[in-house]
Design a protein around this ligand. Structure first.
Ligand code: G3P
Length: 249
């Protein structure tokens, strides 16, 4: 069986009760490709609101989660709390958290392990800066980020991970990676998975692309053999998100 196409919507720190209800209503009343897995990630304050108003065909993800089960960790939420709220996925390692909030590879890895151990799927983000791309070290950067996780979760952990390749220079810039650039890095990630983990994990793991995905560029990107879906930022807040979900139809 092939890899199921996966489209995530990362709302980042956007939305209000009203706008999130509207987005959820639009998703719930639109015809979505049943062969695509859809997950939306609103800000934590609105996770339950989204969950409450969505049908069972769409899952909800946190944008981050902490690696301890409970306790004195002001401002954090735990895997146990996500489970308790029927939130089944989390993003981890987004470049905005790596750069603005200074999250290191090891911390992302520990949190990934905690989420997987607690039964939460992880959309694990990786990607290079423009400077790193220009230096020709894209593959090294991305595989270093993934290797930290691999060391921590081991071979069996990967079955509940979706890898999101998000080149930082393409995020929110309107400057999408070309289909060739995306395919090239996705293929390099799959090759790394096959060498560092196993050929089964390489074959089964979804590798999705993020960075200025729109209703205009999604179809071409979706045709690439190693592009198994998208992680969508800005466009996930708009009605056009439905066209991105349906990119394969
Ligand atoms: O996680 C999604 C992301 O960072 C891409 O954002 O706005 O370029 O689609 P955007």
């Amino acid at each position: 069986m092939g890899r199921k196409f996966f489209v995530g919507g990362n709302f980042k720190m956007n939305g209000t009760i009203k706008s999130i209800k509207e987005i959820v209503h639009n998703l719930s009343t639109s015809k979505l490709d049943p062969d695509t897995e859809v997950v939306i990630a609103p800000p934590s304050l609105y996770l339950l609101l989204a969950r409450e108003h969505l049908g069972p065909n769409i899952e909800v993800a946190a944008q981050n989660v902490f690696d301890k089960p409970h306790g004195a960790f002001t401002g954090e939420i735990s895997v146990t709390q996500l489970k308790d709220s029927n939130i089944t996925w989390t993003l981890l390692g987004h470049s905005e958290r790596r750069t603005i909030l200074r999250e290191q590879d090891d911390f992302v890895a520990t949190k990934t392990k905690a989420a997987l151990d607690g039964g939460i799927g992880v959309i694990l983000c990786c990607g290079e800066s423009l400077e790193e791309r220009e230096q020709g070290v894209t593959t090294e950067v991305v595989t270093r980020q993934l290797e930290a996780v691999n060391k921590t979760i081991g071979k069996d952990g990967w079955k509940n991970v979706v890898i999101a390749y998000e080149p930082i220079w393409a995020i929110g810039t309107g400057k999408v990676a070309t289909t060739e650039q995306a395919q090239e890095v996705h293929a390099a990630i799959r090759k790394w998975l096959s060498e560092a983990v196993s050929s089964e994990v390489a074959e089964e793991t979804r590798i999705i692309y993020g960075g200025s995905v729109s209703e205009k560029n999604c179809r071409e990107l979706a045709k690439q053999s190693d592009v198994d879906g998208f992680l969508v930022g800005g466009a996930s807040l708009k009605p056009e998100f439905v066209q991105i979900i349906n990119a394969k139809v």
